[in-house]
Design a protein around this ligand. Sequence first.
Ligand code: LRH
Ligand code: MN
Ligand code: MN
Length: 406
Amino acid sequence: MSDRAYALFEEQQKARGIHLDEVKASLKALKIETPSWGYGDSGTRFKVFQKEGVPRDPFEKFEDAAQVHGLTGLAPSVAIHIPWDKVDDYGKLRSHAESLGLSIGAVNPNLFQDEDYMLGSVTNASAAIRRKATDHLLECVDIAKETGSRDLSLWFADGTNYPGQGDIRRRKGWMFEALTEMYKAMTPDMRMLIEYKCFEPAFYHTDLADWGMAYNMALKLGPQAEVLVDTGHHLPGANIEHIVAYLLDEKRLGGFHFNSRKYADDDLIVGSINPYELFLIFYQILNAAGDADPAVRRNVANIAYMIDQSHNIEQKIPAMLRSVLNVQTQFAKALLINHAEVSAAAETGDVLGAEDAVRRAFEFDVTPLLHAVREEQGLPIEPMKAYLNSSYGKDILARGKGGASW
Ligand code: LRH
Ligand code: MN
Ligand code: MN
């Protein structure tokens, strides 16, 4: 992209009251955590296709993640899932990550792949199984201490398939009991991010089915517990940006698991199906960034942006590159919203004017801006092209098939 294209873009934005120096600073500060499992083989309940070159262990997952960060400057941390990323020595994994310019991000306990958890983990009617599940949560707190992770990211498959199968109110109590025990084990700088999901794998009721249930738990637990919004975990038609605004106003938005969906929890590449939704999420966040209440602004600053996707048929590294780049694009567009213009229209009851002021930002082509930012950061202007032109994708084929999978 030429300097001329950027100069024109800058002039155009200046005329509408948007100063690109601030926009660029915000773009350079954007950090998106990628999930270790997005680099491995994953699938549907029908099949897990095995791809050549997939990492064989957590160490290689970090090597692949370092490609994504090295080319984009966007993804300096990687979330781990235990036991998918179980290693003997987490200190060694941490040093490996650091040697690659990365850090270990959120620790995700796994309470959905053990035979014992068929009827629930922390909400199982068996006290022995609840104990085992809670012990795993505590183990993850210890792992987070070793990895230097701030966030513990919790998702429970717990729920029932049929009416009467479980006592919903007792299960709610057991959930709170387990979370309380874990909460008490956390160090003061740790955060518990509580994820919810409307259904799947449980098809009748899920113990933490929506943001209100997660929020209620967080509120009762204390200030170190917050809500995690996975964009694929809502019933069709849910207004996710409204949830985001509400949680920000309550200072309890912990972070995101970004992905795209068409039907249910499809875990497709973020921004590939519904980019406007992603843009509107950022609109709410940037709106809250200007809130008069410093606690709301602090919440905005502490949001953990994470990807949670399943790359079933995609090449993993290009899929992850596409994902972080899509997030960057929508964030860049949202940074072009003139909030004063939106509220001026809203305050005079100019419905269409307000809608137009929001949408107009989405309609800009932000390519010249993104190229300029990458150039200033010493990054390839087109990270995807740079990756495809590099030998990395071919070199890793030597790993063969049968890499890590869930
Ligand atoms: C559940 C989920 C949760 C898991 C991840 C692998 O659907 O979103 O975050 O830990 O997928
Ligand atoms: Mn998730
Ligand atoms: Mn999910």
